[in-house]
Design a protein around this ligand. Structure first.
Ligand SMILES: [Zn+2]
Ligand SMILES: [Zn+2]
Length: 197
């Protein structure tokens, strides 16, 4: 193991929206290669992580969390990603973005609108009142969750943490998405051929 020094977490120079870095290994396949891949089975380039925590950049001392990069089309064995013990409770290694909650918010708001619309015609309909209550609570719950997540990420970013990390796997290509520049640079150094996009 290299005895490279690990720097303490540093807050981003400009608070606010953090830049996102994408480290890509491999290329999107050409049609011929894609056809071959379909015959020979799904594969993506081999890669390695260092010992730097993806969240705070500190030495992980070998600690990891399992990342499930499977998609609805491909089952992929879990990938251990480096994260230090201190960051484990808040670091979010997942390819489910918070945006995944948006359709649920839209659906529950649509439910509220529909219930109100039909209640004008049938104000005695208890089902519609129930629907209004459930959809209103759901909308408020999701909105509160969005707000809490947003605030949490902002506070963590101020303390030099990059809590969100994603891995996207395609045929012949793997990408790592992070707001942690140090972590992205380390991936490029460790994996010949990796590109910082
Ligand atoms: Zn950490
Ligand atoms: Zn952290």
């Amino acid at each position: 193991m290299s005895s490279q020094p690990f720097d303490p977490p540093t807050a981003p120079p400009t608070p606010g929206r953090l830049a996102t870095f994408r480290v890509q290994l491999g290329e999107r396949p050409r049609p011929l290669t894609a056809g071959l891949a379909a015959l020979t089975g799904f594969s993506f380039p081999a890669f390695q992580f260092g010992r730097r925590c993806f969240c705070c950049s500190a030495d992980t001392h070998g600690e990891t969390v399992d990342y499930d990069a499977s998609t609805d089309r491909h089952r992929i064995p879990t990938i251990p990603v480096p994260v230090c013990a201190a960051c484990k409770p808040h670091a979010k290694a997942s390819n489910i973005a918070i945006e995944a909650g948006v359709p649920f918010l839209m659906a529950s708001l649509a439910g509220v609108a529909l219930a109100i619309m039909y209640l004008r015609e049938r104000p005695e309909d208890s089902f519609l009142w129930g629907m209004l209550a459930v959809c209103s609570l759901l909308s408020m719950g999701i909105a509160a969750w969005f707000w809490a997540t947003h605030r949490r990420n902002k506070e963590l970013a101020h303390a030099g943490h990059h809590a969100d990390f994603s891995i996207l796997v395609g045929s012949g290509v793997i990408s790592f998405i992070t707001t942690n520049r140090k972590f992205a640079d380390e991936l490029v150094t460790l994996n010949p051929g990796a590109k910082l996009l």
